[in-house]
Design a protein around this ligand. Structure first.
Ligand SMILES: Cc1cc2nc3c(=O)[nH]c(=O)nc-3n(C[C@H](O)[C@H](O)[C@H](O)COP(=O)(O)OP(=O)(O)OC[C@H]3O[C@@H](n4cnc5c(N)ncnc54)[C@H](O)[C@@H]3O)c2cc1C
Length: 312
């Protein structure tokens, strides 16, 4: 088991290193959808994504979608992304989908200027609120955590409630971040963390991340607000369910979240047991970094890709 973990860690680092290579990127961008990216991506167009969201809804699942993209360095481009999200929110409302939006602040200009990202996301939160919808601000690499939580806090203090964000169990700072957010009765998605971070800021060992995750779920469920338990980990899901049962926490105070294409049977099993499950189903042509994170989480996914590559 320990050897398997060490191999996974090595492969994970190799996948993140390869993800930055231009050659790998060119090849995967050209052939990736055929090789298997379609398993994790709801489509390349909004029309395709809407069809996927509808299929998920028909199975009793809630959904969110994301226009894939991050790290935008051009002001005008952030304006186009924001307008595209206005279109996504309008389309979700018009189609009466049980779906909302998750987005990344670096897609809305966080690396250019915090104020730009703030005003873009504020516009979207207001637009979503007017349509009875909700915006989740994803959490990105550790250098963006302060700015992301700052913008989330600012929106909430300005009275905007239909917005939530994400905390990553992998970061040492997260228990303190959670404590400082709890007075806001926040809507928080708890995740393990998808980015390769240095040991100065994050636990290198998966066992440590898993242990912190379990404690964060307990703290959040006990502390108020709304908890999105975003993991595919059987043991942690079981732990969360037991905790809610033992502490009489009602089912309208939390939901499970999973990724499109990951453990679909588990998603449906939880729905059958009466739990709310939301599936994150991103779309768009810019799926490369998203796909690389999905491979990094589970190096065995590489085999799935390689099998498709050699299949006639
Ligand atoms: C809805 C949602 C939103 C997320 N948002 C963010 C975010 O904003 N910021 C962020 O840093 N991270 C985010 N993540 C990713 C998260 O941090 C983890 O990287 C990811 O969920 C894998 O961890 P796990 O909790 O499923 O546990 P793991 O221990 O990694 O996996 C448990 C089991 O789930 C299955 N599994 C997990 N990942 C995969 C995969 N990629 N392919 C196939 N099977 C898999 C395997 O069976 C594995 O044994 C999000 C995850 C979800 C589900």
């Amino acid at each position: 088991m320990a050897a398997e973990t060490a191999l996974d860690t090595t492969l994970r680092k190799a996948i993140f290193a390869a993800a930055d290579s231009d050659t790998v990127q060119q090849f995967v961008r050209k052939h990736g959808m055929r090789l298997g990216a379609a398993r994790f991506v709801a489509g390349e167009t909004l029309d395709e994504a809407v069809a996927t969201l509808r299929r998920l809804n028909e199975q009793g699942l809630y959904a969110n979608t994301t226009l894939l993209g991050e790290g935008v360095h051009d002001r005008a481009a952030t304006e186009s992304v924001t307008s595209a999200y206005v279109g996504v929110l309008d389309r979700i409302a018009a189609e009466e989908l049980r779906a909302n939006v998750a987005l990344k602040l670096t897609h809305l200009g966080l690396e250019i200027d915090d104020e730009l990202a703030y005003s873009n996301v504020r516009r979207l939160v207001e637009h979503a609120a007017a349509r009875g919808s909700f915006i989740r601000i994803d959490m990105e690499q550790s250098q963006f955590v302060d700015a992301t939580l700052g913008i989330y806090r600012r929106l909430r203090e300005e009275g905007l409630d239909t917005v939530g964000t994400v905390l990553q169990a992998s970061l040492y700072r997260t228990p303190e971040d959670l404590d400082s957010l709890l007075p806001l009765a926040p809507n928080l998605r708890l995740v393990k963390g998808a980015y390769l971070e240095p040991p100065t800021v994050a636990y290198p060992s998966k066992a440590d991340v898993d242990a912190v995750y379990g404690r964060l779920v307990e703290r959040m469920l006990a502390g108020g607000g709304y908890t999105a338990i975003a993991t595919h980990d059987d043991a942690l899901i079981r732990h969360a369910i037991e905790y809610t049962q033992e502490h009489g926490i009602e089912r309208d105070r939390f939901e499970f979240q999973m990724l499109y294409g990951v453990r679909p049977q588990l998603q449906l099993d939880l729905v059958r047991r009466g739990y709310k499950v939301l599936v994150a189903a991103p779309y768009g042509p810019d799926w490369y970094p998203y796909l690389m994170r999905r491979l990094g989480e589970r190096p065995a996914n590489l085999l799935f890709f390689l099998r498709n590559a050699v299949r006639p």
